[in-house]
Design a protein around this ligand. Structure first.
Ligand SMILES: [Zn+2]
Length: 463
């Protein structure tokens, strides 16, 4: 992947390696929603050793040195997997309201991304990562900006997330010059980061990420397609989010984005397409035939007025659909519960009450997301041998009892308040609702300061 044979020696880890032995963790007395192929639900303790699920059975005896996690009265399920987020954008949450996508990009998102320095992107990542873990998401597919990707990766890992990360690749657009890169140099940087991810931490993967077809030259898209084919890396991009984007893509390239990606040889299981709101039935069939994954972001699509993705038609055709919050400025939070509920409700309003059953939606937020990212052998369900990414939900709260149907309760009556404990890679990252890996008040203070500085430094349009 890297031409320079000495490059491997220069590759450094994102975090110093830990030499301290890990205590086993024993999750005791819960009811496990495995999300296995049969949706098996069973009362069971879960034993995690060296980050992996070693055993799953009722009434086990905990090892003497285990850290005991009380899951009595709780459901234990896999941590949520959000397949489309932008941690670098968390600092302009609650700004940029009332704008369609292209104005939202030009007036806020591109100027703010261009103004990021290492300290502001660190603050943005830590804020987003803390919110994600506290609301039960343990894995993300994150699209970064053009610079400071290593800062995003380091801080996300440090707080406890697992993820697929990417440096955005864009060379042709009407945004700030600071976001316009030489395509060959940008791709070399991305491939170097990909190699660093591959060799430094098992929780890391890397994707090539053209922001969308419109922000790239034909040359850059061709280079990305070539690199994707030779490396097998995932390709993560936005696609058919708005009608205007499809029209502008057609004006520039002579075809819509899905045709364009097909011409590039990109349609395949490694292609991750965020949104796909404006696609035709024939395009849905082609995505299914090619095993392309669609990353559905319902709240973002509603808030930016982009439309409603035809998810039931995609699922019926066999397209793999997973969920993401997108960036905090178009949502305005990173909460998987909100995405699940919105994904279900918008389709019911359009198609009737049987559309998007809660069980389907819960699978989209867990195992389908893991499968899209090529991580279903490691995460996405609670099964022996998988990594210990677990979410412990308190089901005895006034807003959700009685809770006889777990999927229905989780999608339609629960929320982040129900998150009691979260384990990521076998480590307790949230205990009794408190983040264990960082000081939340410090994260908030740092984010408020950084957001003010970022706004001052960004060249935002005056009107
Ligand atoms: Zn996005």
């Amino acid at each position: 992947m890297i031409d320079d044979p000495g490059a491997r020696n220069k590759i450094s880890s994102f975090l110093p390696s830990s030499t301290s032995p890990r205590r086993p963790v024993f999750v005791k007395g819960g009811t496990v929603l495995t999300m296995d192929p049969h949706n098996t639900i069973l009362p069971a303790d879960v034993l995690l050793v060296d980050g992996r699920i070693l055993a799953l059975a009722p009434y086990m005896t905990a090892p003497a040195d285990a850290d005991i996690i009380d899951a009595e009265g709780c459901w234990v399920l896999p941590g949520f997997v959000q397949t489309h987020v932008h941690l670098c954008q968390t600092l302009w949450r609650n700004l940029a309201d009332g704008l369609p996508l292209m104005d939202w990009l030009r007036r806020w998102t591109w100027p703010m991304e261009a103004a990021h320095d290492e300290a502001t992107i660190r603050a943005s990542t830590r804020l987003g990562a803390a919110e994600l873990l506290l609301s039960g998401t343990t894995t993300v597919n994150d699209m970064g900006t053009v610079r400071h990707t290593e800062v995003v990766i380091r801080n996300a890992l440090e707080i406890g997330l697992r993820g697929v990360f990417s440096k955005v690749l864009m060379d042709l657009h009407d945004g700030p010059a600071a976001l316009r890169e030489n395509p060959d140099e940008a791709l070399t940087q991305a491939l170097t980061l990909a190699e660093r991810c591959r060799t430094s931490d098992a929780r890391l993967r890397f994707a090539l990420a053209p922001r969308f077809a419109l922000s790239s030259s034909m040359h850059m898209l061709e280079r990305i397609a070539l690199a994707a084919r030779s490396t097998g890396l995932l390709v993560h991009t936005h696609c058919a989010e708005t009608a205007e984007e499809v029209r502008l893509t057609t004006d520039r390239f002579g075809c819509g984005p899905i045709d364009l990606f097909e011409q590039m040889g990109l349609l395949g299981p490694n292609l991750l397409l965020a949104h796909c709101v404006h696609i035709t039935p024939r395009e849905i069939e082609r995505l299914a035939e090619a095993s392309v994954s669609v990353l559905h972001c319902p709240t973002s699509n509603l808030k930016l007025g982009s439309g409603i993705a035809p998810v039931p038609a995609m699922l019926a055709a066999g397209v793999r659909v997973s969920l993401g919050a997108d960036g905090a400025p178009c949502n305005n939070n990173l909460d998987a519960f909100q995405e699940m509920r919105t994904a279900a409700l918008v389709q019911k309003a359009l198609l009737g009450p049987t559309a998007m059953p809660a069980r389907t939606v819960l699978r989209m937020a867990t195992i389908a997301g893991a499968t899209a990212l090529g991580l279903d052998g490691e995460i996405g369900s609670v099964e022996k041998g998988k990594r210990g990414d677990l979410l412990v939900l308190d089901r005895r709260r006034v807003h959700c009892v009685p809770a006889d149907d777990p999927a229905n309760a989780i999608v339609h009556s629960m929320g982040r308040d129900n998150v009691r404990h979260v384990l990521a890679d076998g480590r307790v990252v949230v205990r009794d609702g408190h983040l264990m890996t960082a000081d939340v008040s410090e994260i908030v203070r740092e984010a408020e300061d950084a957001a003010e500085r970022l706004k001052r430094n960004a060249k935002l349009p005056k009107d």
